[in-house]
Each structure stands twice: as structure tokens, then as C-alpha cells.
Design a protein around this ligand. Structure first.
Ligand code: NAP
Length: 334
């Protein structure tokens, strides 16, 4: 891979982590390039409705509106946003290279990897076959297609409660299928779902098959207590069982944790490769909130600022791979 201009920093990802990193990096005159994705720009919050827990918005804000504001704020300070995908990374040398879907290669002295996470699949046969034909991972995208239909949401966390509550705007009935008899969701989200008359909980149940030829017609459930199976007739199923970090671009290039997230050094954003930093859901197996991702993006931008300043003091950034490693080590207490 070979590019033309070596930038100071490229940020891959345009969720709260990516855009917050861009705001800080742009304000530090690092002229960041944000590779925002061709179809998923704005990240997971683009698939959300009300965001009620992002500080500064007492009345709540729609997920897409929040992301638009973050992008505007980054661009106001000079961040360049590119609607393209990073398809291959070369992290070996002092200069990091990002190959884009267009075929172009962008280069920078530092990289912030903030690719977020993707919805987890149940992993059963009917799921892939009927995906887009009644199986969905996004209530805000597909809820409209289920007017006056009977549907189910699988999961017991905040996402499942949020999706189930939202889907009652369209569906005549929403089953929530959870593998235990206790929800993981926050109390406020639980209460909202419990109060909704269109929602019925199916406890201690796992989906073991999704029925239907061209469209979903029902689910096969297995009772997790006594092992018995049963069928539930319905028209659609929304899977909301959590997310997995998007690490396919860095497999074999960056160290990962046992949870599958990108490994970072302590509370910093430094990855196992000098000059490569990571932020947001892709490093976080635990909290995964918009506001924690934004904070993590801040950490990454500040780490990059220190890294580039140290490179600048040492000489030309693109001619001293060994020094970069030494500098990253020396910088460990920053
Ligand atoms: P989560 O909290 O990890 O919950 C996943 C749920 O799916 C759990 O109830 C889990 O069951 C269940 N599950 C996992 N794998 C399963 C499988 N293979 N089959 C059946 N069920 C399975 O994920 P999330 O709900 O997506 O939330 C992720 C993070 O985002 C959380 O920190 C959450 O607070 C946050 N979030 C916040 C909001 C909000 O505040 N508005 C909205 C959405 C998400 P067990 O409980 O048995 O493990």
C-alpha cells in the first residue's frame, strides 16, 4: 500500500468515540481525517431513538441528531470526514496506512481505531436464512414493517427493553424472550417495559430455531429450566442480545483481550502497536455507553497528541521506527 500525503492522525470510526477524538484532535491542530464508513456513518446511535442519558440534553435527544451534532462540532474545528470504509490496515511501519474502499490509501503518523461494535447473532440456522425476512437487529430501521403484527424481541438487557418498548408503536403484540427469569436491563427500562400492556415476557426461554420459508412464521423455544420445547407463532423477531467489538481489520495486527476487545495499556488508549490507539466500544467489554465512548475518544486524542509531540521532539516522524517504540515506552506514564 502506498499513499501520497502523510497526515498526523487518521481516526477510523464515527461513533461517539471517533467524533469526540476528532473534536479534540482538530482543536489540537492535528487536522484529523475521520474515516466514517460508507453506510454506517455515525455508528450504533444512528439506529437508536431517544437518548435520555447523554449529559446536557435534559429532554433527551434522538440518536441520529446527537451524532449529527458531534460531526458538526468536529468539522467546525477542521476535522475532515470521509464517507468511505477502511478495508485494510498496514500497521507495521512508523507510518500507518489505511486502504479505503475506493482503493485510495491514506497515511498518518498515528491512528485511532474506534470501530465500535456490531449486533451479536444468536447463531442458529434459521437466523441467517431469514435475516431481512422477519429477522432484524434494528428496531428503528425495521419496526415500521411490522404494523399490527405479532413480533418478539430476544434479550434481557437495555437494548431489548428499548427495542420492545419502541416496537409497541407498530406491533399489536411484542413478546420479550429472555433466557433467565431476571432482566439485566436498568430498573427504569425494566419498569417502562413491565408497564406496557402490549409487551408479554417469556421467561427462562432460548430461541433454538426460527421457522418460515420466505418469511418468519414462528419460533421454537427451549425452556432453560426443564428443557421442554414449544412453538410460538409470530411474524418477526428482533435480536437484541448484545454487541461484539468490530475487530476484523486488526486480527493478527493488534493484541486482543480474552473478551475479544482491542487490548490497551491500562487506562490509556495505547494498543500493542506504537502509534496505534483505540477507543470506544472496541476496547470496552463492560460499560459501552455513548458517554463512556466519548470519554474514551478524548483519552485517545490526548494520547495521540503526546505521542506526536514526542515524535516531533525526536525528529522527523517517518524515518525512525525504532525511536517510535522507545518513545512509546518512555511515554507510558503520561
Ligand atoms: P447486554 O447488557 O449485554 O444484554 C444482553 C442480553 O442478552 C442479556 O440479557 C443476555 O442474557 C442476553 N443474551 C446474551 N447472549 C444471548 C444469547 N446467545 N441468547 C439469548 N440471550 C442472550 O447488551 P445490551 O442490552 O445490548 O446493552 C449493552 C450496553 O449498552 C449496556 O451497557 C447497556 O446499558 C447499554 N445500553 C443502554 C441503553 C440506554 O441506556 N438507553 C440502551 C441500550 C443499551 P443474560 O442477562 O442472561 O446474560
Amino acid at each position: 500500500m502506498k499513499g501520497a500525503l502523510v497526515r498526523q492522525v487518521i481516526i477510523i470510526g464515527s461513533g461517539p468515540a471517533g467524533y469526540t477524538a476528532a473534536i479534540y484532535a482538530a482543536r489540537a491542530n492535528l487536522d484529523p481525517l475521520v474515516v466514517a464508513s460508507s453506510v454506517e456513518a455515525g455508528g450504533e446511535l444512528m439506529n437508536t431513538t431517544d437518548v435520555e442519558n447523554f449529559p446536557g440534553f435534559p429532554e433527551g435527544i434522538q440518536g441520529p441528531d446527537l451524532m449529527t451534532k458531534m460531526q458538526e462540532q468536529a468539522e467546525r474545528f477542521g476535522a475532515e470526514v470521509l464517507y468511505d470504509d477502511a478495508v485494510e490496515l498496514d500497521l507495521d511501519g512508523a507510518v500507518k496506512r489505511v486502504k479505503l474502499g475506493s482503493g485510495k490509501v491514506e497515511e498518518a503518523d498515528a491512528l485511532i481505531f474506534a470501530t465500535g461494535s456490531a449486533p451479536r447473532k444468536i447463531g442458529i440456522a434459521g437466523e441467517a436464512r431469514l435475516s431481512g425476512r422477519g429477522v432484524s437487529y434494528c428496531a428503528t430501521c425495521d419496526g415500521f414493517f411490522f404494523r399490527e403484527r405479532v413480533i418478539a424481541v430476544v434479550g434481557g438487557g437495555d437494548s431489548a427493553m428499548e427495542e420492545a418498548t419502541f416496537l409497541t408503536k407498530f406491533a399489536s403484540k411484542v413478546y420479550v424472550i429472555h433466557r433467565r427469569d431476571e432482566l439485566r436491563a436498568s430498573k427504569i427500562m425494566q419498569e417502562r417495559a413491565f408497564k406496557n400492556e402490549k409487551i408479554e415476557f417469556v421467561w427462562n426461554s432460548e430461541v433454538v430455531d426460527i421457522l418460515g420459508d420466505d418469511a418468519v412464521t414462528g419460533l421454537v423455544l427451549r425452556n432453560t429450566v426443564d428443557g421442554s420445547t414449544s412453538e410460538l407463532a409470530l411474524d418477526g423477531v428482533f435480536v437484541a442480545i448484545g454487541n461484539d467489538p468490530r475487530v476484523h481489520l486488526v486480527h493478527g495486527k493488534l493484541d486482543l483481550t480474552p473478551e475479544g476487545t482491542v487490548w490497551v495499556d491500562g487506562r490509556s488508549s495505547r494498543t500493542s502497536v506504537p502509534g496505534v490507539f483505540a477507543a470506544g466500544d472496541v476496547i470496552d467489554p463492560t460499560y459501552r455507553q455513548a458517554v463512556t465512548a466519548a470519554g474514551s475518544g478524548t483519552v485517545a486524542a490526548l494520547d495521540v497528541e503526546h505521542y506526536l509531540a514526542a515524535l516531533g521532539e525526536a525528529g522527523e516522524p517517518d524515518v525512525h521506527g525504532d525511536q517510535i517504540e522507545n518513545l512509546a515506552g518512555a511515554d507510558a506514564t503520561v
